[in-house]
Design a protein around this ligand. Structure first.
Ligand code: CTP
Ligand code: MN
Ligand code: MN
Length: 522
């Protein structure tokens, strides 16, 4: 393994101290790297000095800031192979691979000359699937566009299942590796048919490749099917499916012989408030929430919030913002344009909702976020510290009955088997929501309040997907030496917070192309 290089953030409008010997940069946006191989160290040093004197940015070390790679007496394939060995840096698909003639002509002209075909180093594409888009070769999910519906669910569902299984065993690294492998397949424009289709793709580890190969050859993977049907996996899935029950608790219960929510209900287990509510409403909560139901909840939240704090803004986040048609809950972000007005809002909103009989359960945590001038106190974690509320709403029938053909308000919903079959097209499996015969349905709702100055970060952090968020933080930390949370972005090199009011600005601070919510379904 080549160790990760220390990366410098290369300013585009100023000089780069070490790399450019304090010469002003005349051509921002162009960062040249001269390949020493076959050129030799002294000629490389001479050409670098020449370029810098003419106002070009010539980088000493290879990094992901490089835009133009220049080589002498090397073939395109040789340069590409060398780039491939530079872990964590731009790949050959992301930079210009140029012959020295482009460089010398640019030196003579005193400006970067147009890149002509004769300047380009030719790379053979024999090893790469011709249909592979360059974007699919990016190593972080936050660099790629991942639509909701894709062509490889027959591979991603088994990999996601193995990720869940690793998660149940608390093997976080293994779980993330399977999730990353699944995520790359979700970006492909076509279904994978042969192993050769995968050539050039990052994120596919040996284990994932083995599973994929087996599915392509035999239609299924023994390991996946054994896991799927194992008593432990099924029990862990059923038990962690209870609101308020995490992997640790589920695992303890499994070892004590419990297999299902009804086993837990019959047992003498001591349950906390959240688990009690989760168990009591388990049947409703295990059904999907439809977009229509999410919008109905949105109207209720809007009414409650406006009643308490007129002018507050409510945004639907989570999976629904990414375009999902159903979800396991509904997520809202609340803010107010006047900073400070939002403080203490949550308890009042919850009180109002309770007075209306609209809540079955609520648990509020208060804001504990404070900005330190020395940067975030600990590495950014997935948990944020906003004022927030995990709740269960009581959604009445008239709002969650949806199609005009359904029974009029107040009447009982049809039994589950009378519902329409679920959508069979690709993408995540989203069974249709169902309603109980009680006239109302319990629905999980997450409410988060953010100060206006942190809204962009909160919106980005609460839109997901979880893997996309994780990859954003990994990218920030490893590639940019920045710390990203749902509150702020801190630059560890410059030792300062980077302000932003929109998601677009945050992507730009991170040096990433903007990815809209509907393409963050990694
Ligand atoms: N989130 C978070 N802190 C938590 C829980 C969730 O920051 N304690 C964020 C997650 O990172 C995610 C978003 O909230 O980006 C939504 O989480 P969740 O509702 O669990 O997932 P969805 O993507 O909305 O999926 P679903 O449709 O199943 O609800
Ligand atoms: Mn959600
Ligand atoms: Mn949620």
């Amino acid at each position: 393994m080549v160790p990760l290089k220390r990366r410098k953030v290369v300013p585009t409008h100023s000089t780069t101290e070490n790399d450019n010997n304090n010469q002003p940069t005349k051509f921002p946006g162009i960062v040249i790297f001269l390949v020493e191989r076959k050129m030799g160290a002294s000629r490389r040093a001479f050409l670098s000095r020449l370029g810098r004197n003419k106002g070009f940015q010539i980088a000493e070390k290879y990094s992901e800031a490089i835009t133009h790679v220049v080589a002498e007496n090397n073939s395109g394939d040789e340069v590409k192979a060398w780039l491939g060995s530079q872990a964590g840096c731009s790949s050959a698909e992301e930079v210009y691979l140029l012959d020295i003639s482009w460089y010398t002509e640019s030196m003579a002209a005193g400006t970067p000359v147009d890149i002509l075909d004769r300047h380009k180093l030719e790379v053979s594409h024999a090893h790469q699937s011709p249909t592979l888009p360059a974007a699919a070769t990016k190593r972080y999910a936050c660099q790629r566009r991942t639509p909701l519906k894709h062509h490889n669910i027959f591979l991603t569902e088994p990999l996601d299942l193995l990720a869940a299984s690793a998660d149940f065993a608390e093997h976080e690294g293994r779980s993330v590796a399977f999730l990353r492998a699944a995520a790359i397949l979700k970006t492909l424009p076509k279904a994978v048919r042969r192993m050769e289709d995968l050539q050039g793709l990052p994120c596919l580890g040996e284990h994932s490749l083995r599973v994929i190969k087996e599915i392509l050859e035999y239609g299924s993977s023994q390991e996946v099917e054994a896991t799927r049907h194992s008593e432990q996996f099924q029990a862990m899935q059923a038990l962690t499916g209870i609101f308020g029950v995490g992997v640790r608790t589920a695992d303890r219960w499994f070892r004590e012989g419990l297999r299902s929510p009804s086993d837990v209900a019959k047992s003498e287990q001591r349950l906390n408030d959240t688990q009690q509510a989760g168990l009591m409403h388990h049947e409703d909560l295990s059904q999907r929430v439809s977009r229509v139901e999410a919008d109905a909840i949105g109207q209720i939240v809007e009414r409650a919030v406006q009643e308490i704090l007129p002018g507050a803004q409510i945004t639907l986040t989570g999976g629904f913002r990414r375009g999902k048609e159903t979800g396991h809950d509904v997520d809202f972000l609340i803010t107010h344009p006047e900073e400070g007005k939002e403080e203490g809002l949550m308890p009042k909103v919850v009180q109002w909702l309770e007075a209306q009989g609209l809540l079955l359960f609520q648990k509020i945590t208060m804001n504990s976020y404070l900005e330190c001038k020395d940067g975030p106190a600990r590495p950014s974690s997935s948990m944020d510290r906003f004022e927030r509320c995990f709740s269960i709403f009581k959604l009445h029938n008239k709002t969650h009955s949806q199609s005009p053909s359904q029974a009029p308000r107040g009447t009982v919903c049809p039994p589950p088997h009378a519902q329409a079959p679920c959508d069979a097209t690709g993408g995540e499996k989203e069974p249709q929501p169902q309603c109980s015969s009680s006239g109302w349905k319990a629905v999980r709702v997450d409410l988060v309040v953010s100060p206006y100055s942190q809204f962009g970060f909160a919106l980005l952090g609460w839109t997901g997907s979880k893997l996309f968020e994780r990859e954003l933080r990994r990218w920030a930390g490893r590639e940019k030496k920045m710390s990203l949370s749902s509150h702020a972005l801190y630059d560890l090199n410059q030792r300062c917070y980077l302000r932003a009011t929109t998601e677009e600005e945050i992507f730009s601070h991170l040096g990433l192309e903007y990815i809209p919510p509907c393409e963050r379904n990694a």
